[in-house]
Design a protein around this ligand. Structure first.
Ligand SMILES: *Cc1c(COP(=O)(O)O)cnc(C)c1O
Length: 393
């Protein structure tokens, strides 16, 4: 799969136009079930749903086009597409633990991964240890005989902490531990964890793949045996496979993915530079900035990265941060990212005002997503926010 060209994968691969009137855009196969002409064919399908069209909770032709493209982009043998990134996380973890097992996870993984580790899996006697994943020694230190999963997210989507994918994969293989990596930040265009030996890679396709803030979806890629096993169990059982129309939207999103990432890369560089120069900004955290603590590792294992960055604003009061955010007129205050529109979330929105500590860097963090607007347009809005707090404090 590695030799497939990205332009080919995105524009042609897995699309057989002779199947649908030579239409350039593939059809949305909006059907729940498929009919059989012979009992014997139906019997074969019952025996092996993975190789037949039976029921769209399993396989569907529109979803199939998307699956092939996404697996190829990940340099994986196969993939499954879910109705959310959270569902992909859940299936990947559930498929690889049993009662009594132990999971090692990077600290502060995506919210709903953490909720699963903290609230759901303990009910089934599965425990988790969170570590600072920036050092391989920390994985070694907490690995036990019953450790079955290393859960990674590189870069993290707030602090951008990285794990050395090659080192973690090598360690995991020595102990027969399954590695799962959340690759939402990079997308397969900018990082392919499978090439470093990671077993399962997932991403929230809601972000860059969909790219227009109109679809929720998730991708889980890996070796064909593992993916087939998950299909026949967690995927069919949880029943959270992507719907044909949403799969079609993702195919459409893929067409422009390289162009969007290229544009956002250029915009992000300008915004990082603007923020670094601003006297109300204490620090900018962005993995491909030369000042980033793990810059060397980022350069080694990522081909790029863009859009999301965090800056620490100089503020003595929570009111200053709130005023900054409330004054923005174009940058929307909303969760998620990867769409056309720039977004911001202040960390202090997750903190009760009376608990705000001005000395805490974390409390003064603002996560900015640079969208597809002109860089100057985004910068002028940030400038509006800084103007609004000029006289404060
Ligand atoms: C959004 C996100 C997810 C979850 O994906 P959904 O599509 O929202 O379910 C997982 N990981 C990261 C890093 C995310 O940003």
């Amino acid at each position: 799969m590695n030799d497939l060209n990205i332009s080919f994968i995105i524009n042609e691969y897995a699309e057989d136009r002779d199947d649908y009137f030579r239409a350039v855009a593939p059809p949305i196969m909006q059907t729940s079930n498929f009919a059989f002409k012979k009992v014997d064919d139906l019997r074969k399908s019952f025996e092996d749903e993975y190789s037949t069209w039976l029921y769209s909770r399993g396989l569907n032709p529109t979803v199939e086009i998307l699956r092939k493209k996404l697996a190829a982009l990940d340099a994986a043998e196969d993939c499954l597409v879910f109705n959310s990134g959270a569902a992909a996380i859940f299936a990947a973890a559930l498929a690889n633990v049993k009662s009594g097992d132990h999971i090692v996870s990077v600290r502060n993984p995506y919210t709903w991964a953490k909720k699963m580790f903290d609230e759901i899996l303990p009910r089934f006697n599965v425990s988790v240890t969170y570590i600072d994943g920036t050092k391989i020694e920390n994985f070694i230190a907490v690995t036990k005989d019953n450790t079955s999963i290393y859960y990674l997210e590189t870069p993290n989507s707030w602090s951008y902490e990285l794990q050395d994918l090659e080192a973690v994969a090598t360690l995991a293989k020595k102990h027969n531990i399954i590695t799962i990596c959340d690759n939402s930040y990079c997308t397969p265009l900018y990082q392919r964890p499978i090439e470093y030996g990671i077993d399962l890679v997932l991403q929230s396709a809601t972000k860059y793949i969909a790219g227009h803030s109109d679809t929720v979806a998730g991708v889980l890629s890996g070796g064909s045996n593992m993916i087939q096993k998950i299909f026949n169990s967690e995927y069919l059982n949880i029943g959270s496979g992507i719907q044909p129309f949403n799969a079609w939207l993702l195919i459409r999103g893929l067409r422009t993915l390289p162009a969007r990432l290229e544009r956002i890369t250029a915009t992000t560089a300008k915004i990082v530079e603007y923020l670094q120069m601003h006297d109300r900004v204490e620090k900018v955290i962005f993995p491909l900035d030369k000042n980033f603590v793990q810059y060397e590792l980022a350069k080694k294992q990522m081909q790029g990265g863009c859009g999301l960055l965090t800056f620490i604003i100089k503020a003595k009061n929570i009111a200053t941060i709130e005023m900054f955010c409330n004054s923005l007129q174009h940058i929307l205050m909303a969760v998620s990212w990867g769409g056309h529109e720039s977004l911001i979330i202040p960390r202090c929105a997750s903190i009760k005002p009376e608990k705000f500590i001005a000395a805490s860097e974390e409390h003064r963090m603002l996560r900015l997503y640079c969208g597809l607007e002109d860089a100057d347009y985004i910068i002028s809005d940030l400038e509006r926010g800084f103007e609004a707090i000029k006289e404060m404090e």
